[in-house]
Design a protein around this ligand. Structure first.
Ligand code: SF4
Ligand code: SF4
Length: 384
């Protein structure tokens, strides 16, 4: 029976975070249950964009710094690695990410190594259900232990992004686009996410939910929302299930949990220790506009594609905000975006609604808009 530990933590005051982490890990056996002396420990935060911590897009640097301290307390040797999408996986891009997210300062204070190298390695996934090989950051192989540090956020494609999805960040840079292209069906995409979990097998997940994100996450269109918690578990699916309870979402509506059910990982009884869920639930937590449609994206084939196209919002770059920087052009897995007259233009017929462009646009210039039919169905209540 998987256990999820919850600790209340209302602010990012370093001493408060440190104390909360100790409380959080105690019921799981303390950090020593996960890290031994001399072990190389990969800390994998969510570093989606070069964004300041108060935007709640990335794992807060105070949480990362406290985890560095804990790993060292156990005699481990921590290092930090991630691979943001789009053009950010280059050395210059990673420098901006580390600088803006506050991790550069953490590294200067703690002398922890930050990784810049996005070299990929193909690894076999004997426990994979969908994929038998995965492309992952080579540096992953240097770790004796992986500790994932997800952020509690909404996500346009998968509704939430938390413990299960964070490991997609170990797929290097633009290689992610290839996975989106091959796995346009959301159920298959979620199967792939679980294959990564089965392959990487993090020893521990510690989630930053102090300042979470609601609305049209996971990036600049989302809104920071005070949740005031840290969570820890050995089990990604159990942790995400508890997140669903905290934000008032039925996990069985999500493709992620349907994928987990297909391989026997869900439903499971989850033991919650520490602060009870009822004490930290967030009323009226806003889900992404895509949620109602996303939870229905279960079928395959032409009819399903047509339904997806009609019922899911499409990305629409906005003149006035778009700077024609081309970032979305480079990340789009279907080459569905071109720059015309200094404005990004989406070919709706090619678009698979992965929302990578919406997520990565540095100007938040891509809005999600429902078709007339989609608006009508939403208005009628048939989509929600
Ligand atoms: S929509 Fe955003 S990412 Fe695309 S070209 Fe315009 S500013 Fe750049
Ligand atoms: S246009 Fe945007 S949402 Fe559509 S396939 Fe390309 S990246 Fe994905």
């Amino acid at each position: 029976m998987p256990t999820v530990s919850i600790a209340r933590c209302p602010t990012y005051d370093p001493s408060e975070v440190e104390a909360a982490l100790h409380r959080l890990l105690e019921p799981l056996g303390g950090i020593g249950a996960f890290v031994g002396p001399g072990q190389r420990v990969l800390l994998k935060p969510n570093l989606l964009l070069p964004a300041r911590p108060e935007r709640a897009i990335t794992t807060h640097p105070v949480v990362v710094e406290a985890m560095i301290g804990l790993v060292r307390e156990a005699g481990g040797e921590p290092f930090v690695a991630d691979s943001p999408g789009g053009p950010l996986h280059t050395r210059a891009g990673m420098h901006r990410v580390y600088r803006d997210t506050g991790l550069q300062e953490v590294a200067e204070r703690t002398e922890v190594t930050l990784h810049y190298d996005a070299t990929a390695v193909q690894v076999p996934t004997p426990d994979g259900v969908l994929l038998k090989r995965l492309d992952l950051l080579e540096v992953w192989q240097e770790a004796d232990v992986v500790i994932a540090l997800p952020k509690l956020k909404t996500h346009g494609l998968t509704t939430i992004t938390g413990a299960t999805k964070i490991l997609f960040g170990l797929v290097p840079g633009l290689t992610k686009s290839g996975y989106h292209a091959k796995l346009a069906d959301l159920d298959r995409f979620c199967d792939m996410l679980l294959d990564i979990v089965a392959c990487v097998r993090p020893a521990l997940f510690v989630m930053d939910g102090v300042l979470g994100m609601e609305g049209n996450g996971p990036s600049l269109h989302g809104s920071p929302r005070q949740v005031g918690v840290l969570l820890a578990s050995r089990d990604a699916v159990a942790m995400d299930a508890v997140v669903c309870r905290i934000i008032g979402l039925d996990p069985d509506r999500l493709s992620l949990f349907r994928a987990a059910a297909r391989r026997g990982w869900w439903p499971v009884e989850v033991t919650v220790t520490g602060t009870p869920v009822a004490e930290v639930t967030v009323p009226d937590f806003r889900l992404p506009d895509t949620t109602q449609a996303a939870t229905r994206r279960t079928g395959r084939g032409r009819l399903s594609q047509l339904a997806t196209s009609a019922l899911t919002p499409r990305p629409v770059p906005q003149r006035g905000r778009c700077t024609a920087c081309g970032t979305c052009v480079r990340i789009c897995p279907l080459q569905a975006i071109t720059i015309v007259d200094r404005l990004a233009v989406v070919d709706d017929a090619r678009c698979i609604r992965c929302y990578c462009c919406h997520e990565i646009c540095p100007e938040a210039a891509i809005d999600l808009e429902f078709s007339r039919l989609g608006r009508l169905l939403r208005w009628s209540g048939m989509l929600g």
